[in-house]
Design a binder for this molecule. Structure first.
Ligand code: ZN
Ligand code: ZN
Ligand code: FE
Length: 760
């Protein structure tokens, strides 16, 4: 009988692939073996030719739900004597490695969890071949129980049976366990375990307490999302006055009750990745303090059994159906993953800690996505998505490390055409985050079996990420921040053309030593030219100015109104006479002042001028409120057309100072701030489009790529995309990679790939 060797590449580990192969073989009478090789699954198959053909077809086309076969290599091999079909122990080989992200609890496990006749009834760690933790408990590849933190829990006889028998749902499920042999939940520092711990946690939540709960990729801080006092107490404890909290809702019924769900969104809410999705609030019973002055709320469904049990447990406690679930960390620091971290760092933010003894090795924050044009629009790509690689057509032999940006850091490991974007690390201003980055880089390199030949980082002289990159000792490439944004958009869209890059962003270090952020770039995968930008202004006050939009507003008004500026600033309530003078002196003498084209700061300034927000308590607050005001206006007056008579650009600069002057004047004349906020977005989109057209006429480029944190603003994104498309441009935007600095590392890694020796 003929014998085949079949190698299957892709997401074939930790997704029930080997049991699937074994079942398929048994069902049609194929003899042989299947083994995990770390980078691929290797199958030896023996049967008559017809059966083998059927078998290969099944392997390629009827794979388990979570598996993705990217390629299959099928070869005839010499005759081997097989007596049955068996799964053999994993051996290590090298090659392209796909590590599965963590997978939310599946429906079958959920049903068993609440089935009093099942032996895993109420087991807080129930999982199967189709679901459960993966990346976060993984120590090394290939993915096998002994190389996960489940190796701390020897299987009981019954679990062992399921684990080793192909007809069960848990055949080869590495984290398999039960009430008898699995991990245990407990309250940290108290002698309360198991069922009692869950009941105590539930009672505490209903008594208005804040508790920390250990999840899949780290701790959450949790309280009743319908209890105003509890939410406001959590805000005080966490010193977080306004930044929205995510809410975990019991089920889809609750979501539909609280929020408007658009077509396609339910699929993402209930899917196996279970991200936080930003939904429009309906004004149900959620506490005001969840997302103040914000028409949306971040919603997710329970994705771990313990979370399901918090909502539903047979202990007679009347439970809320909405829980705040916000990352358990000190603002800017990485999410806590051990009891020690939690006690030390967030112990004072909460009344108790509900933990368990399954260790987390790799942190994974919840992923956050917005929605644009009927599709997801990623804000934070982490649990459920990382470390799935982005694959590009560009080919080369190169292993690289892209260290990412300073805020919302993720890093990216490049292995040939596969670019593995990491889970979310955090903001590098906190030294703990820097340690977390170093540790995480090391671990991912080991998991993916990569030893980078090259490193890419930002060119900012003061970034901690740059220091981390320098410490690697690898040949280093420093890449301009806004170019990296555009490259990340090009990589996500697998684009290797010359594009007009609209990089609208907070701040980044420019090649001329000034601060950039509202940039019109001509880019290909080898380099860029700065073709234009918004009108530069003096950014006074250093770091403070990123939270104090009024400072930029004062400067823009000085630029627009000259000697009338002081009176206008006072009238607008931006500052008093003394402060105005101080600001002016600092600007004129260049004290703590840099020249800037930051689009983020421009938005903050307009927000301040229109009396919407003069300060931000979290990054982007002022700009976000400006967007909400504009969107609310558009909703009320959908037929409104902006008439702006000013110039769109002046030489190589967008005429943004002129626009601010116009808006200020109209605001002083009593025009509605929502209307002016809308006009600001609309005219800015016009400016970008007209400037792109001018560039296009000069260069023949007809593709535009939109990236940078300011394009998280969906109104600006929509208006800009529509305008550009109506003028004949092909427009590339992000989808599953964030437009913000969380995507930077992908752009850096793409650059390394496109500029290595093979591609010169
Ligand atoms: Zn399951
Ligand atoms: Zn067991
Ligand atoms: Fe940026």
């Amino acid at each position: 009988m003929p014998c085949l060797m079949i190698r299957l590449y892709g997401i074939v580990q930790g997704v029930g692939f080997r049991p699937f192969v074994s079942r398929a073989a048994d069902s049609i009478g194929v003899l042989g073996t299947v083994a995990n090789k770390g980078s691929y699954v290797e199958v030896f198959a023996k049967a008559d030719s017809e059966t083998l053909e059927r078998f290969v077809h099944i392997l390629k086309n009827e794979t388990p739900e979570r598996a993705i076969v990217i390629s299959a290599d099928v070869r005839e091999t010499e005759d081997i004597d097989f007596k049955s079909f068996e799964i053999i122990e994993s051996e290590k080989e090298t090659g392209d490695i796909f590590v599965s992200p963590d997978i939310a609890t599946c429906d079958k496990c959920r049903a068993e969890l609440f089935d009093s006749g099942d032996r895993r009834y109420l087991h807080p760690f129930i999982n199967c071949t189709q679901c459960g933790p993966r990346l976060t408990i993984l120590d090394a590849m290939p993915y096998d129980r002994e190389r996960t933190t489940m190796s701390d829990f020897p299987m009981c006889e019954k679990c062992e049976y399921e684990y080793t028998h192909a007809h069960t749902r848990r055949y080869d499920a590495q984290p398999v366990c039960c009430n008898e042999c699995g991990p245990q939940v407990y309250i940290v520092g108290q002698d309360v375990k198991g069922a009692d711990a869950i009941t105590l946690a539930r009672k505490s939540i209903m008594n208005g307490k804040v508790i920390a709960v250990k999840g899949i990729g780290g701790f959450h801080l949790c309280c009743d999302a319908k209890n105003e006092a509890a939410v406001s107490r959590l805000r005080k404890l966490k010193n977080r006055p306004a930044k929205p909290f995510a809410v975990m809702m019991k089920n889809m019924d609750t979501v539909n009750e609280q929020c408007r769900v658009q077509d396609g969104q339910q699929e993402f809410l209930t899917g196996y990745q279970k991200p936080i999705l930003l939904l429009e609030k309906k004004g149900g019973g959620l506490a005001q303090g969840i997302s103040p002055d914000n028409p949306t709320v971040g919603v997710m469904l329970p994705y771990a059994p313990l979370q399901m049990l918090l909502f539903d447990y047979p202990d007679g406690v009347e439970m809320t159906d909405c829980l705040v679930m916000t990352s358990g960390n000190v603002s800017g620091a990485p999410i806590c993953r051990s009891d020690e971290d939690a006690q030390k760092e967030i112990g004072s933010y909460c009344d108790m800690i509900l933990s368990h003894d399954r260790r987390i090795l790799i942190r994974a924050d919840d992923s956050v996505m917005d929605w644009f044009d009927g599709k997801p629009y990623m804000i934070r790509r982490s649990r459920g998505f990382a470390p799935l690689p982005v694959m590009v057509s560009k080919k080369a032999k190169l292993q690289s490390l892209a260290i990412g940006g300073e805020l919302k850091n993720t890093f990216c490991i490049g292995k040939n055409e596969l670019l593995y974007l990491s889970s979310y690390v955090g903001d590098m201003a906190d030294i703990r985050t820097v340690y977390a980055l170093k540790e995480s880089v090391q671990r991912m390199q080991e998991l993916l079996e990569v030893s980078p030949e090259k490193c890419v980082c930002d060119m900012h002289p003061k970034y901690n990420t740059v220091t981390v990159a320098e410490e690697t000792g690898l040949p280093l490439e420093k890449l301009q921040h806004h170019y990296a944004h555009i490259l990340s958009c090009m990589a996500e869209n697998d684009c290797d053309e010359t594009v007009i890059g609209l990089s609208f962003d907070g701040t980044g270090y420019g090649t001329d030593g000034t601060i950039w952020g509202g940039e019109m770039l001509i880019c290909d995968t080898h380099g860029f030219e700065r073709a234009g930008s918004i009108m530069p202004f003096k950014q006074v006050g250093g770091d403070a100015s990123s939270k104090e939009g009024w400072r930029i507003a004062v400067q823009l008004i000085r630029d627009g109104f000259g000697s009338d500026a002081q009176g206008i600033c006072e009238k607008l309530g931006l500052c008093d006479e003394k402060t105005f003078k101080l600001q002016s002196v600092m600007a004129d003498k260049g004290i703590n002042t840099v020249l800037s084209t930051s689009a983020g700061r421009l938005f903050d300034a307009v927000s301040a001028i229109l009396g919407i927000r003069t300060h931000s308590t979290f990054e982007g607050e002022s700009s976000m409120c400006l967007e909400f005001a504009a969107e609310a206006f558009e909703k009320d007056d959908p037929g409104y057309k902006t008439a702006y008579s000013g110039a769109f650009y002046d030489g190589e600069k967008l005429a943004t100072t002129e626009l601010v002057r116009d808006l200020t004047q109209r605001f002083l004349q009593g025009e509605d701030k929502g209307k002016l906020a809308y006009d600001f977005h609309f005219v800015l989109a016009q400016m970008m489009t007209e400037f792109s057209l001018w560039l296009s006429e000069k260069t023949g480029i007809k593709t535009a790529a939109l990236s940078g944190g300011v394009f998280q603003n969906k109104l600006l994104l929509r208006l800009t995309k529509q305008r550009l498309e109506s003028r004949g441009f092909r427009v590339l935007i992000h989808e599953l990679v964030p437009a913000n600095d969380g995507g930077i590392a992908l752009g850096q890694a793409y650059f390394a790939l496109c500029n290595c020796d093979d591609n010169k």
